[in-house]
Write a protein that binds this ligand. Structure first.
Ligand code: PBG
Length: 336
């Protein structure tokens, strides 16, 4: 479009509506397609057996126990969804200032990974690396003198990742935004013989209010209180900084890079894809999902339709794939 010629066409010889007239012609003209293969299903797990409870701020989303997740994963995979990403609601009594539960081989995430891999071994399982589900203060790392310290946190994150890989996780996805964590994780994984484990970096992750419903769902909002994450997550004012983040992560060994949130950051998705030509992902975060679905519940717009349109928007912006809470419903719609 940069060199779009001025003499390209002129009304009335050119009528762009001709191509839009029929369903078949619209299909032929479509420049982008969304398929279930583009989706990573983000899910919440809770303790127990046979458990399932709605997340109030996310209509249509549930927290489920590992056994229920395994059954749902089977269905998701059969709908064509390649992978899911697991997020735990840790019981408050298991939270500590240093988030040691992250290193427990029997923690909820590890249970969920094992259950899914047992039920559907061919499905990809993504695990988030960050301490916020496990810390009593809700920050993603260790707090020393009211500051989230970098290098000490990275050491624990490496141990967290090894714990998740031991449970069978295929993709390690650090969402913590510490400096140098991709390189450290790659080194730790390789040293332990896990050179085949993929790294999906939350490369450009912004300090966003759109994470609100997620923090409710995993129970970290009560821990975090009035705290925020602006000393490590990115300033929404910045674009060039996102490119620097992505460049560093590629140098350090990221296999895939992610931009998060999605809809308010489509310019970043486009610029990252065009600059680096990397496998590029975007996270349609909890708040984006919640606002579309809530407006749908109020009858102010067609919630499901809005979700589908936003997912296609991510493809148009250049994303190769999308992490979304709506993956299963979207896949059903796409499969007709
Ligand atoms: C944890 C993490 C968060 C999300 C994914 N991983 C929350 C945060 O950074 O506070 C948010 C996802 C969402 O809002 O859907 N570091």
């Amino acid at each position: 479009m940069a060199n779009f010629p001025g003499t390209y066409g002129r009304y009335p010889a050119t009528r762009l509506r001709r191509n839009r007239r029929y369903e078949w012609s619209r299909r032929l003209m479509a420049e982008n397609v969304l398929t279930p293969g583009d989706l990573i299903w983000t899910v919440f797990v809770r303790p127990g057996q046979g458990e399932s409870e709605p997340v109030p701020s996310m209509p249509g989303v549930e927290r489920v126990s590992p056994d229920v997740l395994a059954e749902q994963a089977r269905e998701a995979y059969s709908l064509g969804i390649p992978a899911l990403a697991v997020f735990p609601q840790t019981q408050p009594e298991r939270k500590t200032p240093d988030g040691d539960e992250a290193l427990n081989p029997g923690n909820l995430v590890c249970q969920a990974v094992r259950a899914v891999k047992d039920a559907v071994p061919e499905m990809g399982v993504v695990c988030d690396v960050a301490l916020d589900p496990y810390t009593s203060h809700g920050q993603d790392g260790l707090v020393r003198d009211s500051y989230v310290v970098n290098d000490e946190t990275v050491e624990i994150l490496c141990r967290q990742a090894l714990n998740q890989v031991a449970a069978g996780c295929d993709v390690i996805a650090p969402s913590d935004m510490m400096d140098g964590r991709i390189g450290a994780l790659r080194k730790a994984l390789d040293a332990a013989g896990h050179e085949k484990v993929l790294l999906l970096s939350y490369a450009a992750k912004y300090a966003s209010v759109f994470y609100g419903p997620f923090r409710d769902a995993v129970g970290s909002s009560t821990s975090l209180g009035e705290g925020d994450k602006r000393t490590y997550q990115m300033d929404p004012a910045n674009t060039d900084e996102a490119l620097r983040e992505v460049a560093l992560d590629i140098e350090e060994g990221a296999d895939m890079v992610m931009i998060k949130p999605g809809m308010p950051y489509l310019d970043i998705v486009r610029r990252v894809k065009e600059t680096f030509a990397m496998p590029t992902y975007v996270y349609q975060v909890s708040g984006e999902y919640a606002m579309l679905m809530a407006a749908g519940e109020k009858g102010w717009l067609d919630g499901e339709g809005a979700i589908m349109e936003s997912l296609l928007g991510f493809k148009r912006a250049g994303a190769d794939g999308i992490l979304t809470y709506a993956a299963v419903r979207a896949a059903k719609t796409l499969n007709g």
